[in-house]
Design a binder for this molecule. Structure first.
Ligand code: GLN
Length: 310
């Protein structure tokens, strides 16, 4: 077994991956995200004993975007149970882009294929219970604040407004879901909640903590506090493997082999079961919406330190 990872080694891996930041483009379809400097790259690794290693742009704050789909799914499963959730959203990878609409029509049940694509996550947002929209937002926010020990985590209003005013594709998905009876809640309100989940602002340290909780099957190893059941953690990690990197999940499973979830702001949250949580931020994306340098960094780390689970 290779010796434990050091900060110097993490910095060296980051330096190698930095060369890939100019291979992609920042997401521009949400205007606020287009302002990011594509040259940034940061990584944090959180271990079960609570220690952390970081390198690069570690204090930059960015929005969760699709990484939030894991946490809204956790709350939906905890509140409603598996039967209710999976009657409305499937468990299969799509092979299509994350915002694709095509299978909502061509599949007989009209169910979104999985909760990691936009249609599935919008359906999941419709399942989150609470007294009002703030309460429904706080179910996710409160859990993230506790998991990370960072009470300052909140929604980036500029990104939220930017997405809300340009989200015609997501509106189309939501209205389609409403028409087929998958979504039974108010469409605009459900979308509003979905945009707010996507706009929750974090750092790589925060998502490394979140990844470590998933790696530890739903608990904070330091305190023993349980945030969600082991079974829910198992379901999420499986979705991360099969659908977490959208229609690049198969390639990522072969090249990196770690459960991971990406977002279009450039974040990737990864977890190596029982060993570590990893947070990466690199806003320059490939054509499938994943951080180019982030994937490279994870591939290098996985190969050198034998992190792959297969
Ligand atoms: N908020 C983004 C959207 O709905 C999330 C997508 C993503 O990160 N892939 O388009």
């Amino acid at each position: 077994m290779k010796e434990a990872l050091t900060g110097t080694q993490l910095q060296a891996v980051l330096n190698q991956a930095l060369a890939y930041t100019d291979k992609g483009k920042v997401a521009a379809y949400i205007p606020e995200l287009a302002k990011e400097d594509p040259g940034q790259l940061g990584v944090s690794v959180c271990f079960p004993d609570g220690t952390m290693l970081s390198a690069g742009n570690v204090d930059v704050r960015f929005t969760l975007q699709s990484i939030s789909k894991i946490f809204s799914l956790i709350i939906a499963l905890c509140q409603n149970g598996q039967k209710h959730v999976f009657e409305r959203v499937g468990k299969e990878p799509t092979g299509d882009p994350f915002n694709s609409i095509i299978k909502l029509e061509t599949i007989k049940s009209h169910k979104p294929l999985n909760p990691m694509i936009n249609a599935g996550a919008i359906a999941v947002a419709g399942m989150i219970q609470g007294e009002n929209i703030d309460d429904r937002l706080n179910r996710v926010l409160d859990m993230l604040r506790k998991m990370t020990g960072n009470p300052a985590i909140c929604v980036n209003e500029a990104v939220y407004c930017s997405e809300k005013s340009t989200a015609d594709r997501n509106r189309a998905l939501a209205w389609f879901l409403k028409d087929s009876g998958i979504l039974t809640t108010d469409v605009e309100e459900t979308l509003d909640l979905y945009f707010r989940y996507c706009s929750i602002e974090v750092s790589v340290k925060d998502i490394a903590h979140m990844g470590m909780v998933l790696a530890a099957d739903g608990i904070d190893v330091q305190t023993g506090e349980r945030f969600f059941p082991e079974e829910v953690a198992r379901i999420c990690k499986t979705f991360m493997v099969t659908c977490g990197m959208y229609n690049a999940s198969g390639e990522f499973a072969i090249d990196v082999g770690i459960p991971a979830k990406s977002g279009v702001a450039g974040g990737i949250m990864a977890c190596v079961p029982h060993r570590m949580g990893i947070g990466v931020f690199g806003p320059s994306l490939d054509e499938k919406g994943n951080s180019v340098a982030g994937i490279k960094l994870l591939a290098l780390l996985s190969k050198e330190w034998k992190l792959g689970i297969f």
